[in-house]
Design a protein around this ligand. Structure first.
Ligand code: ADP
Ligand code: MG
Length: 312
């Protein structure tokens, strides 16, 4: 536990695509293989920083929903339970891969833990009146009509839509703080956290999905993080993304980020929440926020890759 007090804390938010990439079948072997390079980098970074890892779960929770649809023999599970399942499944994969990479590095024994995490949302969040986040399988129009949830037409077919309320607070923040103070590497807030509403001292799970980037920014503010690295499947933030004039940025000021967000450069549900999370983090006193490719976590933490979001 020596020198822990002097170590800065680094939060790495891994995109769901870190595990399950487009064009792959999505087998467990592929998911483990995709984790190796990011975890090798996190293992090296853990020598200098206290580490928190958060992760997405989009493709995994979509697959669990699809499995439920294909089985009439057992009762269907609510979304909050599926999110909890993905925290266990992905937490296990991250933890075991990171453990192997730490061993390969010859690091002394490090304590790792993955934490089932609740995130409080506000029952009066306007997002509940307007479910907007598509999840799970695609349906034909006739199938979609008989479903018990709100659905929306998307370019590839009808999909279930759920509310995506804003994260208010991370229920386990004190536990996470205590664990990183003891130099545990903590994996938490998977899939944005299990969304819960507070009723007195009790919590109730709700059918919703919290954005994992916004949950990560909230967590960073609540436990005291110096560096936030949001790792995804593009090298950073671009202007004119997907157009012939596309240009990836090394830096983006908070003021410019706000302007571009308003102009629609960073869409809701993908780059928008990443930029917003970086803004919130920096305005809350963070030291460095970078959005980068999954293979450049180490360089991004040092300010040598990705798009850094800067105050001023
Ligand atoms: P993750 O699983 O890492 O959260 P997302 O799919 O939610 O990944 O967000 C990353 C995606 O954002 C990229 O794959 C890219 O297609 C999309 N994107 C939209 N606008 C931009 C932009 N301006 N710059 C870079 N990527 C963008
Ligand atoms: Mg995302």
């Amino acid at each position: 536990m020596k020198n822990v007090a002097n170590k800065e804390t680094l939060l790495v938010a891994l995109g769901g695509n870190a595990l399950l990439r487009q064009g792959e079948e999505g087998t467990i072997a592929e998911q483990f293989a995709n984790l190796r390079l990011p975890m090798r980098q996190v293992a090296r970074l853990s020598r200098r920083y206290r580490i928190i890892i958060t992760h997405g779960n989009g493709p995994q929770v979509g697959n669990l929903l699809l499995q439920q649809e294909s089985c009439a023999a057992v009762p269907k599970l609510p979304l909050e339970i599926l999110v909890a399942q993905t925290q266990g499944q992905i937490g296990y994969m991250i933890e075991s891969t990171l453990d192997s990479e730490l061993a390969a590095l010859g690091s002394g024994k490090r304590h790792l833990v993955s934490l089932i995490s609740y995130v409080v949302v506000d029952a009066s969040d306007p997002a509940f009146r307007e479910p907007s986040k598509p999840v799970g399988p695609f349906y034909r129009e006739e199938e979609a009509k008989g479903l018990p949830w709100p659905v929306r037409k998307t370019p590839k077919g009808y999909r279930r839509v759920v509310a995506s309320p804003r994260p208010v607070t991370i229920v386990e923040k004190s536990e996470i703080r205590a664990l990183i103070d003891m130099d545990f590497i903590v994996i938490c807030c998977g899939g944005g956290g299990i969304p819960v509403i507070r009723e007195g001292r009790a919590f109730h799970g709700v059918d919703a999905v919290i954005d994992k980037d916004l949950a990560s920014a909230r967590l960073a503010g609540e436990v005291g993080v110096e560096i936030l690295v949001i790792a995804t499947d593009v090298p950073g933030v671009a202007l004119g993304y997907g157009s012939t004039g596309e240009r990836f940025l090394d830096r983006l000021t908070v003021a410019a980020a706000r302007r571009h967000l308003e102009q629609g450069e960073f869409p809701a549900g993908s780059m928008g929440p990443k930029v917003e999370a970086a803004l919130q983090f920096m305005e809350g006193g963070g030291k460095r926020a970078v959005i980068c490719g999954i293979d450049e976590i180490e360089a991004a933490a040092a300010g040598r890759a990705g798009t850094e979001v800067l105050l001023g």
